[in-house]
Write a protein that binds this ligand. Structure first.
Ligand SMILES: [Fe+2]
Ligand SMILES: [Fe+2]
Length: 218
């Protein structure tokens, strides 16, 4: 299985790790905007390899942002190595996640975003959606890139199993309806999540695990 793919005409780099004996891939993405954005760092153990891949993909550009949807090792375990390797970059995350990072000594590297806020990437931009993520349903964030209609869905919309192909087809209504109480155990929060996601003009889902999704609208 290759460990990187160029998607959307080279605008989106997908880096994939599959640990032996585990039927799950861990995906990170580099969005090649004027202000380049990395989505997640993978684990600390895999971060040096990711940094090398990023250097190649970035060319002479500087990494500006590292989006961290929530505080967990596969999403940000490599954050220290990535920020050391790319000192101009900031971690972009929720207030709760920034508090966790500061507890690990990462105090001045976070750009805190709230749901509804945006981030300008030059020839693109993110808007942020509240994401009640795993531990204690702490508030994390999902990011929607509005120019390219890419949702970075983290653990919320994902696939288990190994990766046969980097992108599979799906449709948005099915994906939103399939978000279950396994992902968001609180029924009120789950319904709110579906209500916020449904109207988003998503065309492509960059999942945290498994293949990315090329989504149709119906
Ligand atoms: Fe997670
Ligand atoms: Fe994850």
């Amino acid at each position: 299985m290759p460990d990187s793919y160029e998607l959307l005409g080279g605008q989106l780099h997908m880096f994939v790790t599959q640990p032996p004996m585990l039927p799950l891939t861990f995906n990170q993405y580099l969005l090649a905007t004027e202000e380049p954005l990395l989505v997640h760092t993978g684990s600390n153990a895999d971060a040096s390899r990711l940094c090398a891949q990023l250097r190649v993909a970035l060319g002479d550009k500087e990494l500006r942002y590292v989006f961290v949807s929530h505080f967990e090792s596969d999403e940000c375990g490599g954050i220290v190595k990535v920020l050391d390797a790319f000192p101009s970059a900031f971690a972009v995350c929720s207030e709760v996640t920034a508090r966790q990072l500061s507890g690990f000594g990462l105090t001045e590297c976070s750009l805190v975003k709230a749901p509804g806020e945006t981030l300008d990437l030059g020839d693109g931009g993110l808007s942020f959606v509240a994401y009640p993520s795993e531990m204690h349903l702490w508030e994390g964030l999902l990011a929607f890139e509005e120019t390219r209609s890419i949702l970075f869905s983290s653990d919320l919309i994902m696939r288990l199993g190994s990766l046969d192909q980097p992108v599979v087809k799906s449709d948005w209504v099915t994906e939103v309806e399939a978000i279950s109480t396994e992902k968001i155990p609180d029924p009120v929060a789950l319904e709110k999540m579906r209500r916020v996601l449904s109207p988003l003009a998503v065309r492509f889902v960059a999942t945290g695990h498994g293949p990315a999704l090329d989504v149709e609208r119906r």
